[in-house]
Design a protein around this ligand. Sequence first.
Ligand code: NAD
Length: 285
Amino acid sequence: MTAEIISGKQTAKEWRARLKVEADELKSKGVVPCLTVIMVGDDPASLSYIKGKIKGCAEVGLRSELKRFPASMQEAELLEVIEQCNADEEIDGILVQLPLPPHISEQKVIETIRPDKDVDGFHPINIGRMVAGEEALISCTPQGIIQLLKAKDIAIEGKHAVVVGRSNIVGKPVGLLLLKENATVTYCHSKTPDLSTFTRTADILIVAAGRAGLIGADDVKEGAAVIDVGVNRTEDGRLVGDVRFEEVKEKAAYLTPVPGGVGPMTITMLLANTIKAAKKRRGLL
Ligand code: NAD
């Protein structure tokens, strides 16, 4: 079997066209949602991610602003900036780019953001609501993965989904979202013995370990849908996923590439969350 390659770029493009229509409708009511991105330090990878987010906002007609601070910024100062953004009626979404310098507690920062402006979906209130299956701002990568599966009409209900990775930003939430869609979910992680025993039983395999080439054809069931979340840089500077693309493509039914798979959907879901937050806060949802 040769897998159908799931283009995140294409699905993201279709989503962004729909989001632009929503943003235009809001504009006609005098509302232009605004995303505020806060960056501490000058990590080039973070800056490149932020540029993608700001470009995405412009593409669908949202406002964005970048607040940049030096790596020497103190935690209390950052919390004060967040409080100002919380109180600012013009700001709909607040995103603090992670990672932060080690002297700043990421958890404190996340918990200071107003849950209804928490477009990254990292605040414990949003996580708790998601766990309970309630309405929430859901973190972007897991949401993007579900939307990729839906865009390809890949059945989730009743299927066995195996998630490799249990981080708070990808593995754990994507497993919960799959459960909400009525999959039977198995979590695997770095302490799982004989990983392949589990991955080979997956109808839907989500790989988010950050280990280049972790999953090969022998680890995948014939006809599975394989979503490769991993982003790893090789010694010669290329970006590769956690899945050995060339071999798995001959066995899976669906496979996402890296780059061009999950990545474009992550930013798109951030744009969707910003519009949702703007509507919700104004009672338009
Ligand atoms: P993380 O390091 O926080 O978590 C990795 C998880 O993988 C852990 O739970 C760990 O137990 C598990 N793991 C590690 N090695 C393993 C192994 N050999 N076998 C089984 N499990 C193993 O990483 P993260 O933040 O969840 O990100 C995971 C990957 O996804 C990274 O490559 C990251 O760059 C990428 N990512 C991509 C996007 C995107 O938009 N494309 C977004 C977020 C993360």
